[in-house]
Ligand binder design. Sequence first.
Ligand SMILES: [Zn+2]
Length: 154
Amino acid sequence: MKKKIEDRRWKIENGPYTFRGRGIKDRESETEGTRARIDQKMKRFWFLYGLSLLGCIAILWLVLNDTSIQDARGNDTKCEVHHVPLKEDVVPIVYGMIRRTGEESQARHSLFPNAYSTYEAGCVVEKPQKARVRYCPLCREAEKEWEDNTKRRK
Ligand SMILES: [Zn+2]
């Protein structure tokens, strides 16, 4: 209690506390000291900030790169439509129901069955975002042509 009263009196006589609560006399040098300390604090802040940012980027990178690739290669080695050897490719997986017109389904089935520009993995969403497939280059060409024609008709 007594200390509080003394404290208040000190404040009235000397003005508000400087950084360490010393008097006016020390204020000049004190400001420099404070500035240096703030500088140091800021340096530490930026260091930690940079470190955590780097950490976030590293985690994101790991998550994005760790998505495993599903092996969706069939047993076929030749395209039954174009009779050319199939090639391997890694393509994005599409999850969910894909609604297609009868015409498109028919075209996919009979004109370019091995296009595999994407891999349709069904409704259950799982971790892999990419799949390794065997595709026919001529099927892809046919698919592209068919899609272009369909777009043009619309
Ligand atoms: Zn083909």
